[in-house]
Ligand binder design. Sequence first.
Ligand SMILES: C[S@@+](CC[C@H](N)C(=O)[O-])C[C@H]1O[C@@H](n2cnc3c(N)ncnc32)[C@H](O)[C@@H]1O
Ligand code: SF4
Length: 240
Amino acid sequence: MIIMVHDMPRYAKVKDKDPREVVLLVGNGCFWKKCGFCNYFNDFTKDPEEQYKVNKEVFDKVTGEFGTLEAINSGSIFELNSQNQDLLFEVCKNKNIKKLIIESHYVYKKKILDFKEKCNKLGINLVVHGGVETFDYNVRENLMKKGMGNPTVSEIREVFDEINLLVGVKGQTLKQVEEDIEIGLKYFDRICVNLYKEMPDIMPGDDLLKKEFIEKLYPKYKDNPKADILINNTDLGVGD
Ligand SMILES: C[S@@+](CC[C@H](N)C(=O)[O-])C[C@H]1O[C@@H](n2cnc3c(N)ncnc32)[C@H](O)[C@@H]1O
Ligand code: SF4
């Protein structure tokens, strides 16, 4: 389990699909912290000096070699303080990053659209990656406690270019998971399917569902260029 500002890999390169550098930054902490499946939000610091120190060290590794940077922070981009957001833009400018991928919760939709405009003005194509987890309202809101409300797929698409889907919590079915993946591929530019990593302080997983997913659906989607499938939560090369 993640405890505040951890010593863990925070920089990686993804070379196959959608080549990019990935930085796992540290922010002020997720505003929500209620998703039953998540404890990643424990990686945060309210101390601006510590936040800057950790992030500066990670940013110094960015080379810009792919022109694409994915900057994530165990929460939403808006939970980075302004000094660190400015640092991110500085890195994009200095390393000629033309495509910036960030993560955010849906609740920040207004801020996301403003941020997109700001990036456009800076000549950066902002790609917003958001956690939807599933399109099944009951599972997402009543079971997972995602806190998104009940937007339609097209409303979600107005805000998110790419989405995260979660597979393997108790209460999901394989049929539902397949439907989620199909909706994700049809309406969004890319999807990231996260196999649920169960830990003691979060909701129960479904080992049989995870096994069925790996046997029946993983082979069908693993080579799809629009899909990242993270069997282990560290498969991108960051986190623990
Ligand atoms: C940590 S959130 C950060 C982005 C933003 N806060 C959001 O909720 O959209 C990113 C993604 O991590 C994934 N995730 C969280 N807890 C997980 C777990 N225990 N196992 C696997 N994936 C998990 C979810 O799919 C989630 O959308
Ligand atoms: S999934 Fe995202 S919104 Fe939910 S608790 Fe984790 S970091 Fe916060």
